[in-house]
Each structure stands twice: as structure tokens, then as C-alpha cells.
Write a protein of this length. Structure first.
Length: 131
């Protein structure tokens, strides 16, 4: 299945929210199909979520709002699977180059945010998610 989460007029955080929410919508739709007997089980093998992060005033931040995003030294969007696989990493050094150590730090920050989002996704669907 492919879910189109392109957001035509918004920032990266909005696209990240669309990706995270689209997974929940798909899971709920498939659960409904299981309830109706249309399919035997939910065929998802991974969950997926996305988050924005960046460096603002030399500080790494998670889930940038518009004012932070527009002034960020580094702007990054990360999409990960439930087991920590990277689906997409998009990072731009807006003002100063990004060091490898900073990239690793931001990936760890994004992973912690995605772990929290995964917990919220589980609450929304009312069931444990596949790894």
C-alpha cells in the first residue's frame, strides 16, 4: 500500500504529522476490515512515524514550529519504522555546515521523538503496533 502524504503548502513538520497520522488511519481502516471479516488479520509488518528536528540558536530541538523552522541553522525531517529503520532523512544546513557528530545527535533526538509518537499511535489504534 502507498499512502500519499505530500503536503503542498506547509512546512516539514506538517508533512511529518501527515505521515504519522496516515499510518494510524491505515491501521484503523485495516482493523475495521478485520472486524467485518474482509481480511483475516492486519497485514502491516512495520509501523512508521516522522518528526522534524533542527538546530536553533546552537541548540538541537525536536518538532520545530514555524518560527523555529524559519530561523533554524539546520532543519531536518526523519521518517523511521518501528524497529528503527530509516525511511527518509532530509537535512539541510541553512547557515552553517552540519558536522557528522551533530547529525548523529539529531538522529538520536529524532529517534526519541519517534518513540514517543509510536506510543501515541498505539494509544490511537488501541493495540500494540508491529515492530
Amino acid at each position: 500500500m502507498y499512502l500519499d502524504c505530500d503536503v503542498l503548502e506547509a512546512d516539514g513538520g506538517t508533512r511529518c504529522a501527515a505521515i504519522t497520522g496516515a499510518y494510524v488511519a491505515l491501521h484503523l481502516a485495516l482493523a475495521s476490515m478485520v472486524e467485518k471479516g474482509t481480511i483475516a488479520s492486519i497485514p502491516l509488518t512495520q509501523s512508521v512515524a516522522a518528526v522534524s528536528c533542527g538546530v536553533v540558536d546552537s541548540r538541537p530541538l525536536l518538532d520545530l514550529d514555524y518560527s523555529e523552522d524559519s530561523t533554524a541553522e539546520v532543519d531536518m525531517n526523519v521518517v523511521m519504522t518501528g524497529d528503527g529503520g530509516l525511511v527518509e532523512v532530509q537535512a539541510t544546513a541553512e547557515r552553517t555546515p552540519l558536522t557528522r557528530a551533530s547529525l548523529d545527535e539529531m538522529l538520536a533526538l529524532a529517534a526519541s521523538g519517534i518513540d514517543r509518537l509510536r506510543g501515541l499511535q498505539e494509544e490511537a489504534v488501541g493495540a500494540p503496533l508491529p515492530a
